[in-house]
Write a protein that binds this ligand. Structure first.
Ligand code: CUA
Length: 314
């Protein structure tokens, strides 16, 4: 049987867009190859040495011709740039109402956490037809989360969060690779993405080992680590309240403003003195070395949930 494939399967909504752009680039390149090499070969033969071709009256340049072959490629290039930029923004902008999954890369495995509590290693189960948003970080070196069938690849960096999203269009199993050289066993840092029917996925979520859902796990950590002592209801310490802050601007001491996103909350837990909310003192201890990457993501999920329930939908 003929099994050679030039392209991986296209199993996400974004795959079509990426492929279309890619094929357009190939088609345009092929067209101009013919336009350039066709005449080149023709004239090389026609005016070869000792041919009897007419060599009198050579042309002396043509303004119209120069303008034409400047303007046409200019418009084609701008068109491709616009198309590529729009596809890029689509890929980079995380959609709302997505199924959120947390990803931690480490030498040499992928650790995945579903919001409902299910955890996986080197395997990701997702429902078909649902937008999935991965929030990713690394606990050691740079990795890269690559699913060829979805045409998505994003570096996973220590000390910050990157996101990647896709919407699977058909069920099946697809390759998952690490696409950044990350040490001796980089090539073994592979896995699979399993796209399931939505009811099968719902059932899968509740079978086997199911840990606490991320929000509840984050809330528990919030209490255990003592965060609630200062940021909670009964606090006598002047610490900012965290309800409703997620995604909102935060005025800082010194006059600057930042957005309370995943990164800001992460940095505030690990380096509390770096960006202090306006009107507060630098009292908070650092939680560096006291909290793992997975726990950080759970605490952030909990803090985000405080904004989702306490503020009307935007
Ligand atoms: Cu992780 Cu390569």
């Amino acid at each position: 049987m003929w099994t050679f494939r030039l392209f991986p399967e296209a199993a996400s909504t974004g795959a079509r867009e990426v492929d279309l752009l890619y094929f357009a680039l190939i088609a345009i390149s092929a067209f101009f190859m013919v336009v350039v090499f066709g005449p080149l070969i023709f004239f090389a033969i026609k005016y070869r040495r000792r041919s009897k071709a007419d060599r009198t009256n050579p042309p002396h340049g043509s303004f119209a011709l120069e303008m034409t072959w400047t303007a046409i490629p200019l418009f084609i290039s701008f068109g491709l740039f616009t198309w590529g930029a729009m596809a890029y923004f689509d890929i980079e902008r995380a959609p709302k109402n997505a199924l959120r999954i947390d990803v931690v890369g480490k030498q040499w495995m992928w650790k995945l956490q579903h919001a409902e509590g299910k955890r996986e290693i080197d395997e990701l189960h997702v429902p078909v037809g649902q937008t999935v948003l991965l929030t990713m970080t690394s606990q050691d070196v740079i990795h890269s989360f690559y699913v060829p069938a979805f045409r998505v690849k994003q570096d996973v960096l220590p000390g910050r969060y990157t996101t990647e999203w896709f919407k699977p269009t058909r069920t099946g199993e697809y390759h998952l690779f690490c696409a950044e050289f990350c040490g001796t066993e980089h090539s073994g840092m592979i896995g699979r993405v399993v796209v399931m029917e939505p009811n099968a996925y719902e059932q899968w979520l509740t079978t086997g080992d199911v840990a606490l859902p991320s929000v509840a796990a984050g809330q528990r950590l919030f209490t255990q680590l003592g965060c609630s002592g200062c940021h909670g209801d009964s606090s006598k310490i002047p610490a900012p309240r965290l309800e409703g802050i997620f995604g909102k601007p935060v005025p800082l001491n010194g006059g600057a403003t930042t957005i309370a996103d995943e990164k800001y909350i992460r940095d505030s837990i690990l380096m509390p003195g770096a960006q202090i909310a306006a009107g507060y003192e630098n009292l908070m201890p650092t939680f560096k070395d006291r909290i793992t990457e997975e726990e950080l993501m759970q605490v952030i999920t909990y803090i985000r949930s405080l904004s989702e329930t306490n503020t009307p939908a935007r």
